[in-house]
Design a protein around this ligand. Structure first.
Ligand SMILES: N[C@@H](CCC(=O)N[C@@H](CS)C(=O)NCC(=O)O)C(=O)O
Length: 212
């Protein structure tokens, strides 16, 4: 059985959760608290030397890290990974964009803002994160002015990768009102049959106490 090492508040963890829901895959979910060092124990570092979730463990024990690599692996042979060469490359193009221009700004701003004890350094760097996040949202808005999806003519793992932190961008202080095409695309992703929401915070826990 597939096993996903995960954190319920993590958008990176939500990506494989959302894809596996669409694919009807069952898996065991292991919750790790990213704020108390559970991703840095010797046992977990033996599975992922990079000390981060999400981590997918296959039935034979093999481990695969990096959310977008996990999406690619799971989506192979499904409608979420296009067959046509250019569409596959476009799917990768947006997944690299997500990791370089989007997630480091939007997910990190969300993490810092929701994280009550922001350091002075983080407070000083927040405007740059928000500027970078808005630049990424503007690129998405421009793309969606001429296309319904990111990786081709239908929803792909590029849409899942970008949806994960865009749909909670408000938690990072991003107002999506100036991005009507992005807002409409978010609604289209959420309306796809098989869609599941991000996991809610556990009872009595302040939202976003860990993970990003
Ligand atoms: N590029 C990685 C980022 C993974 C990542 O940053 N994971 C965070 C939670 S979202 C984590 O595990 N942090 C715990 C730590 O750094 O110890 C991916 O896309 O999977």
């Amino acid at each position: 059985m597939l096993r996903l090492y995960d954190n319920r508040l993590s958008g990176n963890g939500y990506k494989p959760r959302l894809l596996m829901a669409h694919l009807g895959l069952t898996y065991e979910r292991i919750e790790l608290d990213t704020m108390t060092g559970e991703t840095r124990t010797a046992d977990f570092l033996a599975l992922n030397p990079n000390g981060r979730i999400p981590l997918l463990q296959l039935g034979d024990g093999t481990c695969l890290a990096e959310s977008n690599a996990i999406l690619w692996y799971l989506a192979e042979g499904s409608r979420f990974l296009p067959a046509e060469r250019l569409d596959r490359a476009r799917t990768l193009q947006w997944m690299f964009f997500e990791q370089y221009s989007h997630e480091p700004n939007i997910a990190v701003a969300r993490h810092w803002i929701q994280h009550l004890d922001m350091t002075d350094l983080q407070r000083a760097q927040l405007p740059a994160k928000q500027e970078g996040g808005h630049a990424a949202l503007a690129v998405m808005e421009q793309h969606l002015g001429g296309a319904a999806w990111f990786g081709g003519g239908a929803m792909t793992i590029a849409d899942i990768a970008l949806y994960a932190y865009t749909h909670v961008a408000d938690e990072g202080g991003f107002d999506l009102a100036p991005y009507p095409a992005v807002t409409a695309w978010l609604a289209h992703v959420a309306a796809e049959p098989g869609h599941v929401p991000m996991l809610p915070a556990p009872e009595g826990v302040v939202p976003i106490s860990g993970g990003k």
